[in-house]
Write a protein that binds this ligand. Structure first.
Ligand SMILES: Cc1cc2nc3c(=O)[nH]c(=O)nc-3n(C[C@H](O)[C@H](O)[C@H](O)COP(=O)(O)OP(=O)(O)OC[C@H]3O[C@@H](n4cnc5c(N)ncnc54)[C@H](O)[C@@H]3O)c2cc1C
Length: 379
């Protein structure tokens, strides 16, 4: 092993992108320090993530051995009509995991002393062969590289690419999770262990099963994860959706438990008019429905000398690609591989950027095309 053992990465953001990067760089002998602005353990706003091979690869690369299976298998892809009739059913096995399951496995793989909570990055300075990070609490940290894994609203991106921000796509997703044991038998029989859709003009609802909140994949302890994509026109309509139960206008999501009563009631009423009986049970029995606006983000550059952007800080693909988490995992593993094979960090970063920019653009463009077709946008 060369002098790479001494290299140090400052990773801003301690969600999946930051943790994939931290665990992958540790696997090649780098010192990593993760700085997460949230003072508490992150808690899933959402739930379901399709388990892509990039995530499995990242776990293998970093030597993470989960104590139990990471996800729940679904057997078929089934399309239902408004009344619950089967329009199409095909054998298409795949595995779905949850944000919590990935997060807890990654976090457990990182020594506690390398994960710093309550550390909000507010500035950075680049100097020859290194970067200094400045935090809101007045402290600083020095490293060979600084990695912006701080999500769609990235502070790091605002410092290196001012003015480049996510753009609203024209639709939102309403979401919920329901314990397997809370769904009545008739509904469960129709959607059990399958990936099920109801596609209508300008509307797509789907569901699949994910591990329980504690990661359990035991029958009876899992959850149904559902999503309903609907248009919301920018302006008054979107503003109403993004106003929480305290009357506060939120930027791009209303977390579980914070939805305004009037929005919650209007949504459930609309579901009664438009959604098949099994899906309607999912919605009506979900206590805390939440909503997120669907955003697009692409960057033209991911490397800025010794500062780089990964995960959602660089590209936010549409969720129909099921690729956001996989992309964050791929960003991390490819970065570790180029750095492991080179004594020259800058050369490695240039090579990495070329490939990852291309991958990000392909996934984003594909997602925008697919999402717009599904939602009847730009026809
Ligand atoms: C709590 C949480 C729950 C999620 N649940 C789901 C889910 O159920 N399903 C799904 O598909 N996706 C979910 N996501 C999104 C998913 O993690 C990402 O789309 C994808 O994995 C890429 O992640 P990321 O780490 O690049 O960005 P993000 O997951 O957005 O993480 C960015 C992190 O950076 C931190 N951060 C931001 N600014 C600063 C700063 N200035 N200083 C320090 N830290 C900062 C944030 O607090 C956050 O933890 C969730 C994200 C979070 C944060």
């Amino acid at each position: 092993m060369s002098d790479q053992r001494m290299c140090k990465a400052l990773i801003i953001g301690g969600s999946l992108g930051g943790l994939f990067t931290a665990t992958a760089l540790r696997a090649i002998g780098w010192q990593v320090e993760v700085y997460e602005r949230s003072p508490a353990t992150l808690d899933s706003r959402g739930g379901g993530i399709v388990l892509q091979h990039e995530v499995i690869e990242a776990f293998k690369f970093s030597g993470i051995k989960p104590t139990q299976a990471l996800g729940v298998r679904s057997n078929h892809r089934t399309y239902l009509d408004r009344f619950g009739g089967i329009l199409h059913k095909q054998h298409a096995p795949q595995t779905q995991t949850s944000w919590n399951t990935l997060y807890s496995n990654l976090l457990n793989a990182l020594p506690e002393e390398n994960y710093h909570r309550g550390k909000k990055l507010i500035g950075l300075e680049q100097h020859e062969n290194g970067v200094t990070a400045n935090f809101e609490d007045g402290t600083t940290a020095d490293g060979d590289i600084l990695i912006g894994a701080d999500g769609g609203g990235s502070t790091v991106r605002s410092l290196v690419l001012p003015g480049v921000n996510p753009a609203y796509s024209g639709y939102v997703v309403w979401r919920g999770l329901l314990n397997e044991s809370d769904l009545p038998k008739a509904a469960k029989d129709q959607i059990y262990e399958d990936f099920v859709f109801q596609q209508d003009p300008e509307s797509l609802m789907l569901e699949y099963m994910v591990p329980g909140a504690d990661g359990s994949i035991a029958v009876g302890e899992r959850r149904f994860n559902w999503l309903w994509y609907l248009k919301a026109a920018p302006g008054a309509e979107l503003d109403a959706v993004m106003t929480d139960n305290m009357g506060r206008q939120r930027e791009s999501s209303i977390p579980p438990g914070a939805m305004a009563k009037s929005q919650d009631e209007a949504f459930r009423k609309m579901a009664g008019e438009r959604i098949n009986p099994a899906f309607l049970e999912l919605i009506q029995r979900t206590d805390e429905i939440f909503v997120q606006s669907i955003l697009d983000l692409k960057v033209a550059q991911m490397v800025f000398n010794r500062v780089i952007l990964v995960g959602d800080a660089a590209f936010i693909p549409r969720p129909h690609t099921a690729g956001s988490t996989a992309k964050a995992a791929a960003n991390a593993v490819t970065l570790a591989k180029v750095l492991a094979n080179r004594s020259n960090i800058d050369e490695g970063l240039r090579l990495w950027e070329k490939h990852q920019l291309n991958e990000g653009n392909i996934m984003s463009d594909w997602g925008i095309d697919m999402g717009n077709r599904i939602m009847g946008i730009g026809k």
